[in-house]
Design a protein around this ligand. Structure first.
Ligand SMILES: Cc1cc2nc3c(=O)[nH]c(=O)nc-3n(C[C@H](O)[C@H](O)[C@H](O)COP(=O)(O)O)c2cc1C
Length: 183
């Protein structure tokens, strides 16, 4: 998109309420992959995600996602207690998948990516090319027990995932604090 890199956050984005998000919820969690970004301007990291959802927790609009325990992004979420979920036009798919190709803990992926980072007014990080940015404040991290699940399919899946403690999936819930869409 022409000129995007030169524009500032206010020129690119306008704030909406969670209720005004127009995307179909199953498209956001099932068809397009959010980029989850945690950390502040001097040290931030992004990963590709899938699954999860949106809903109300303690009467607050909330997102949830399922992150493997080893993710560097999860480490930064726990450290900073805030993060963003960013959604992009299809043309950026390659870059979005790039965030999922290697860990920022032991690679230079954040320097290599061809997206333009931007700081939100509250100091969280996202990208100028995003079309929707959801800022979250960490509410809860839960590690589900395979025995909590009722279908054999889910039990089998989690038993497989839990063979190694590093492979645990954590359910991460975050209260939506701000929503931004491209102008
Ligand atoms: C399409 C796609 C979807 C992904 N979804 C998830 C996910 O929901 N949860 C997860 O923990 N990892 C998921 N990953 C893997 C992470 O993005 C990947 O391991 C990434 O390198 C982690 O980066 P980090 O260690 O820098 O945080 C996905 C990867 C791709 C390509």
């Amino acid at each position: 998109m022409d000129g995007v890199r030169e524009m500032n956050f206010d020129q690119l984005f306008r704030q909406i309420s969670p209720e005004e998000i127009r995307d179909n919820v199953f498209t956001l969690v099932g068809k397009v992959f959010p980029v989850i970004t945690a950390g502040k301007v001097d040290n931030f990291n992004s990963m590709t995600a899938s699954g999860g959802g949106f809903g109300m927790l303690f009467k607050k609009p909330t997102t949830w996602c399922i992150l493997q325990a080893t993710r560097y992004t999860l480490e930064l979420i726990e450290k900073e207690q805030t993060y963003t979920m960013s959604y992009f036009p299809d043309e950026y798919k390659e870059q979005i998948l790039f965030f999922g190709s290697k860990s920022g803990r032991d690679s230079e992926k954040m320097k290599e990516v061809e997206l333009t980072s931007v700081k939100t007014p509250s100091g969280d990080m996202s990208y100028k090319e995003a079309r929707l940015i959801i800022e979250c404040r960490l509410t809860e991290i839960t590690t589900p027990d395979p025995n909590d699940f009722c279908t054999q399919e889910a039990k089998d899946y989690l038993k497989e995932a839990y063979k190694d403690p590093n492979e645990y999936r954590k359910y991460v819930f975050g209260e939506i604090t701000n929503v931004w869409v491209r102008r």
